[in-house]
Design a binder for this molecule. Structure first.
Ligand SMILES: Cc1cc2nc3c(=O)[nH]c(=O)nc-3n(C[C@H](O)[C@H](O)[C@H](O)COP(=O)(O)O)c2cc1C
Length: 304
């Protein structure tokens, strides 16, 4: 569990698999009764839910729930894994904020995830971040206290590396303008530890390490989603590399860490705790090992 700015982030957090609004996602809501059961446990235990990323304006991305021919950009992998090139499809911050407010009123404990678009102009990036935050402030009333910044678009390694300085600058500016806001930085395995240290210095309160891993870093040969940039791997096949990375990160930074990527069993949860994680996040595990992950949440989050 993480205590930050008089608030709590649960011991097990659920990341993005409850969709953009934090209360469930297609197709799992329709096809899986155990997913629906997991949601009610998540709600009852006040488990922290991070939403899927929104951007300031709506984005088309690669996936569209109404266009079945786009569903192939999310694939199953062996060992409770997934490969996705979802591509940040979302309806924009305004709609997400309104809907997240509904989820909160229905009892979900939701923290929005925002993807800042880094252009050539730092001022523009900051203005986007500021506008998104003001939208959440307006729509979420008193329930907005933290934001997760998705600083990794794991499908684009070059872009991530270019954006390092811009991200630290953005955090610094947002901290000056919104000193009351808890900033959670979600980063990628391609980020060097020095970047995490820069973010810590800039004012990040909590780290969420790490996002799904680019296919080419785990597997040789062509990705089944090479036509969409290769995609990123989550769940079981990503665990060993993610654990190794987070172990190193624990030594490099002092702030609390939500560790994740690959946690699909209770043993994975324990391994992350052993290397110093303060909370553990699950995404793919919620749909690949639903019953065990529901038990995990019930066991560790009931005491909040
Ligand atoms: C289909 C799918 C969509 C995802 N969408 C987002 C997203 O919009 N924003 C984000 O920050 N992470 C996103 N993620 C990454 C997850 O939140 C998580 O960090 C990653 O999958 C690693 O954890 P896991 O192995 O427990 O799944 C997505 C993952 C999957 C499988």
């Amino acid at each position: 569990m993480i205590k930050v700015n008089n608030r709590v982030i649960s011991t097990v957090v659920v990341s993005t698999i409850l969709g953009h609004y934090g209360r469930g996602m297609f197709p799992y809501d329709i096809i899986s009764s155990s997913y629906r059961k997991a949601k009610s446990v998540i709600k009852e235990t006040k488990t922290t839910v991070f939403t899927k990323s929104s951007t300031l304006w709506a984005r088309q991305g690669n996936y569209n729930q109404w266009k079945p021919w786009t569903w192939g950009c999310v694939r199953d992998l062996p060992n409770m894994g997934m490969l996705n090139a979802y591509g940040l499809t979302n309806p924009g911050v305004e709609i997400c904020a309104k809907q997240i407010n509904k989820s909160v009123r229905r009892g979900f404990n939701v923290i929005p995830n925002f993807f800042p678009e880094f252009g050539n102009d730092d001022e523009l990036t900051f203005r986007q971040g500021r506008e998104a935050i003001l939208t959440f402030v307006g729509k979420l009333e008193g329930n907005f206290w933290a934001i997760e910044l998705n600083l990794s678009c794991p499908n684009d390694k070059v872009a991530i590396e270019k954006n390092i300085a811009k991200a630290a600058n953005l955090v610094k500016c947002l901290k000056i303008m919104f000193p009351w806001l808890t900033i959670i930085a979600k980063t990628s395995i391609v980020h060097p530890y020095e970047f995490l240290q820069e973010l810590e210095f800039a004012g990040v309160d909590v780290f969420h390490l790490i996002n799904s891993i680019p296919y080419g870093m785990l597997f040789e040969g062509r990705s089944p989603l090479s036509h969409l940039g290769g995609g990123a791997v989550s769940g079981g096949p990503a665990f060993a590399d993610a654990l190794k990375y987070v172990r190193g990160a624990r030594k490099a930074i002092k702030k609390d860490i939500i560790a994740g990527c690959g946690a699909t069993t209770m043993i994975h949860f324990r391994r992350y705790c052993e290397i110093g994680a303060n909370s553990v996040s699950v995404c793919t595990g919620i749909v690949k090992n639903t019953r065990q992950m529901t038990d995990l949440i019930r066991i560790h989050n009931s005491k909040i």
